[in-house]
Design a protein around this ligand. Structure first.
Ligand code: BES
Ligand code: MN
Ligand code: ZN
Length: 499
């Protein structure tokens, strides 16, 4: 796809998209096209009861007066309620609709728009961004893709007043999209192809962007005493790995403490000896979604040269049942020295994260830690598939994340942490057990992680179990891996930690 930005010259071929607000307020260019087509747009609005609601499209096929294939009137809803994501969703929607109809070229004319201090031209870049996000398709293993892929759409042009500022804004958005696609690709890969070693190898791709990558192999994991993480991968023929990615973009140099992002990377979760039921087990290929998001985030931040120091740390393991797998009842000594009685081998994500959280705090002394994990099925019961749960010891960071989530439409909702939940992990035989019982399953999982946060280090846990994978499409994402978290955390960093 070619994305371009121009200030005039509206194409005379392909589809033209112009906008209207709810209530019939045509943009200047919508008026213009109404005139050139002899009033066809207004007549279409009348005869189709088209109200200009957000997301609605009215399509005129081959109208007379112009040589374009179609003129599309896009509803933007109420002017006072317009959000940046509405424009992204518009981009995604027209990409999806018009490519399915065999369109080769789209020209969107945007005028008379403003949201806060964002100009029409910057908003135009978000229309392109939305379309770009919608283009991702996981077809690596479709051998017939060249024959049946269908779409001939290869050009999206935005017409707006200041095309160079639109282009500049799009350059950064394109880097973020590349991060999102990296995550979607990793999360979509099947578990016979993506396992700790091959997953870790993917981090090497980031070195070209200036990211320092360190991979700890299983021997180093054992030598360091990361026994909780190691125990999870014991039953697998695949070696566990820890991947550390460092991006030092701060203008203050290496002295500035980094932000740390920690990801759960269980490349397949059978449950281990506490084996999961067969139905739906294939979903557990996306149990590396937290780590996948950290990889994509590093790609986005390094790609757009974010002025911040960041460390991404991921624990990668495969949770399998086998003669050498860990057993329910095993007691392991974590990297922190705290002992854990493993009462359910299917509560493995927290074991992986515990050691990576401890190691990251000790080694990098971060100013804050945010972990991401497909940690609990209970998260889906609580919040469903659109909003992720967050758990934190820090009100301000929770608010920053919540605000960023509204802006990019990757929403999060905070759930409580409290001593009454923490004590459910108390254990007779060891310092703690790895399950807290049926009640408040997502919270007790978070409480478990908090036991590995030292000296009140500001910390947020994001449980993405419900949002990492979608069974329904959205305007800016096909079904499948969503890449949830990349845009959220990129925004969180950009708005609060870049100087
Ligand atoms: N990876 C799962 C959680 C999960 C479930 C993620 C569904 C995405 C979709 C996790 O390792 C797990 O198995 N959690 C258990 C914890 C329980 C044993 C305390 C769960 O949620 O049932
Ligand atoms: Mn599990
Ligand atoms: Zn898991």
């Amino acid at each position: 796809m070619n994305f371009s930005f121009v200030s005039d010259e509206i194409s005379t071929s392909g589809a033209i998209v112009v906008t209207v607000f709810e209530g019939g307020e045509f943009s200047t260019s919508a008026e213009l096209f109404d005139k050139t087509t002899g009033g066809a747009l207004r007549r279409g609005v009348e005869s189709n009861r088209f109200k200009g609601k957000k997301g609605d499209l009215l399509e005129l096929l081959a109208p007379s007066g112009v040589s374009n294939t179609r003129v599309v009137l896009a509803g933007l809803g109420k002017r006072s309620e317009l959000k940046v994501t509405d424009l992204e969703n518009l981009g995604g929607k027209i990409y999806k609709d018009l490519s399915a109809k065999g369109e080769k070229e789209i020209t969107v004319v945007l005028d008379d728009l403003k949201i806060n201090d964002l100009s029409t031209s910057v908003l135009a870049s978000h229309v392109s961004y939305g379309a770009l996000l919608r283009t991702y398709k996981f077809d690596t293993y479709k051998t017939a893709k060249k024959v049946d892929s269908g779409s001939q759409l290869d050009k999206l042009t935005m017409v707006c007043a200041d095309s160079s500022s639109a282009k500049a804004s799009f350059d950064d958005l394109e880097k973020i999209a590349e991060g999102v696609f990296f995550t979607r690709q990793l999360v979509s890969e099947p578990p016979n192809r993506l396992y700790p070693e091959t997953f870790a190898a993917q981090a090497k791709e980031l070195e070209a962007l200036g990211v320092k990558v360190t991979v700890l192999d299983e021997k180093e994991i054992i030598d360091l005493g990361m026994n909780a993480l190691y125990a999870v991968g014991m039953g697998s023929d695949k070696e566990s790995k820890v991947v550390i990615m460092e991006w030092n973009g701060s203008s203050k140099g290496a002295e500035e403490k980094p932000l740390a992002f920690v990801g759960k990377g269980v490349t397949f979760d059978t449950g281990g000896i506490s084996l999961k039921p067969a139905a739906g087990m294939e979903d557990m290929k996306f149990d590396m979604g937290g780590a996948g998001t950290v990889f994509g985030l590093m790609k986005a931040l390094a790609g757009r040269k974010a002025k911040v120091n960041v460390v991404g740390a991921c624990g990668l393991a495969e949770n399998m049942p086998a003669g050498n797998a860990q057993r329910p009842g095993d007691i392991v000594t974590s990297y922190s020295g705290k002992t854990i009685e493993v009462l359910n081998t299917d509560a493995e994500g927290r074991l992986v994260l515990a050691d990576v959280l401890s190691y990251t705090q000790e080694k990098y002394n971060p100013r804050l830690v945010i972990d991401l994990a497909t940690l609990t099925g209970a998260m889906i019961v609580a919040l469903g598939n659109d909003i992720a749960g967050i758990f934190s010891n820090d009100d301000k960071i929770s608010e920053q994340l919540t605000a960023a989530g509204y802006i990019v439409e990757e929403r999060v909702w905070r759930l409580p942490l409290a001593d009454c939940y923490d004590k459910l992990l108390d254990c007779d035989a060891a310092d703690m057990k790895n399950i807290g019982g049926r009640a408040a399953g997502s919270i007790t999982a978070a409480q478990f992680l908090q036991r590995f946060i030292e000296n009140g280090t500001p910390w947020v846990h994001i449980d993405i179990a419900g949002v990492a994978w979608a069974t329904k499409e959205k305007p800016t994402a096909a079904k499948g891996a969503t890449g949830f978290g990349v845009r959220l955390l990129d925004r969180f960093v950009a708005d609060n930690y870049e100087a």
